[in-house]
Design a protein around this ligand. Structure first.
Ligand code: SF4
Ligand code: SF4
Length: 368
């Protein structure tokens, strides 16, 4: 089988061609125009960023894509699903307000914003897949019902999957609340009591009332209530909460199966922005400095190839001397995502995605 083509634009620009014009050229060179857009609804799956986070994709690029899709006769809309954890995107009202404040509104992007799984995250359609972990997946209605799916992915580190790119954005990001719980159910965290300083951050942050202090004043998780959303891992200031390694491999496979369901039978296209590559997901209300300098934007019809190419580009890059990896000084080519999130396995995620036919890790990088 011939390698999948992944098109790449770097971020060099000039007075003749600014970055928006170059992005337009990337979309055309990568054959976006081959998608059946005319007269069709097109879901542009984005992460609007938690309020306070500034690493998400700039709305100007989204507006350029929307303009092109409308030129092609399509009916594009921006979309994302509600979160499991507390924050500014856990229901459609707060989520829309956050999207608008972060720059994604009809005036700036030229189309409407629809929260795909409804007011509280319960709107979904069952998609049959018959794979290892799930016979069917619960995909947010507005994504399931759209004719075409375009995923615009901010490529960055991720606490559960090592990095977040196309597969994570489409898999976890297109699931309804119940679907997300089914994926997270194997990745429940554990508290290391020796490291717990009893600060109470996790107790205050848990949306499910699943953490209380035990008699020894150390945090204790009630697994009957915990849905595995991972919020407590990120808020803990002393790294006392972590997930189980083997479980995170299974969680990755579950996300891959959901990506398979969201894309099943649907024309799709993927864009990875390797910019502001923060060590953690955009789900948190802050973003640490990028681990590498800005690299560029990738486009492909293959979600596995684009994620593999993005990971390789980041791992080949030198570290940002002002970023969180500067002191650790990884050797050239060393896997930066495993260095930051040692208990995760993005390679297992891509291997499984390849195995079930979602795409190929073999790619040809075409620089435009
Ligand atoms: S205990 Fe942690 S992972 Fe479980 S629901 Fe609460 S914040 Fe989420
Ligand atoms: S956030 Fe961490 S240190 Fe603070 S109470 Fe929870 S487990 Fe303990």
């Amino acid at each position: 089988m011939s390698p999948s083509k992944v098109y790449f634009m770097d971020l060099r620009a000039s007075s003749e061609e600014n970055l928006l014009k170059k992005f337009n050229r990337l979309l055309k060179t990568a054959h976006l125009v081959n998608l059946p857009i005319s007269g069709r609804t097109v879901a542009i799956k984005l992460h609007f960023g938690e309020f306070g986070n500034l690493a998400y994709i700039r709305h100007n690029y989204v507006a350029e894509l929307v303009r092109l899709l409308k030129e092609m006769g399509g009916k594009p809309f921006l979309t994302d699903t509600n979160t499991l954890y507390k924050g500014s995107r856990s229901n459609a009202i707060d989520h829309l307000e956050t999207a608008f404040k972060n720059g994604f509104n009809p005036i700036t992007v030229g189309c409407n914003v629809i929260i795909a799984d409804g007011l509280w995250g319960f709107d979904h359609r069952k998609i049959e897949i018959n794979l290892k972990h799930f016979s069917h997946a619960l995909i947010a209605s507005a994504v399931a019902e759209a004719d075409v799916l375009i995923s615009m992915n901010h490529f960055k580190g991720h606490e559960l999957t090592g990095f977040g790119g196309a597969i994570k954005n489409v898999g976890m990001g297109c699931a309804s609340r119940e679907g997300k719980i089914k994926m997270h159910t194997v990745s429940k965290p554990k508290v290391n009591e020796d490291k717990c300083i009893s600060c109470g951050e996790c107790v205050r942050s848990c949306n499910y009332g699943a953490i209380k202090f035990g008699v020894n004043e150390k945090a204790k998780i009630n697994y009957d209530l915990c849905v595995g959303c991972g919020q407590c891992i990120v808020v803990c200031p002393s790294e006392a909460i972590d997930i189980d390694w083997d479980m995170s491999v299974e969680a990755c496979e579950r996300i891959v199966e959901y990506a398979y369901a969201a894309l099943k039978g649907k024309p799709a296209f993927h864009l990875n922005f390797i910019t502001d590559v923060s060590p953690f997901c955009d789900c948190w209300s802050y973003n640490d400095a990028p681990i590498v300098p800005n690299i560029g934007i990738l486009a492909s019809f293959d979600p596995v190839a684009i994620d593999r190419a993005s990971a390789d580009l980041v791992n080949q890059a030198s570290v940002n001397p002002f970023g969180p990896l500067a002191e650790r000084n990884p050797s050239p080519g060393e896997d930066k995502f495993t260095l930051i999130h040692p208990k995760t396995s993005w390679k297992a995620m891509l291997d499984y995605a390849e195995k079930i036919g979602l795409g190929s890790q073999s790619y040809e990088l075409v620089k435009i």
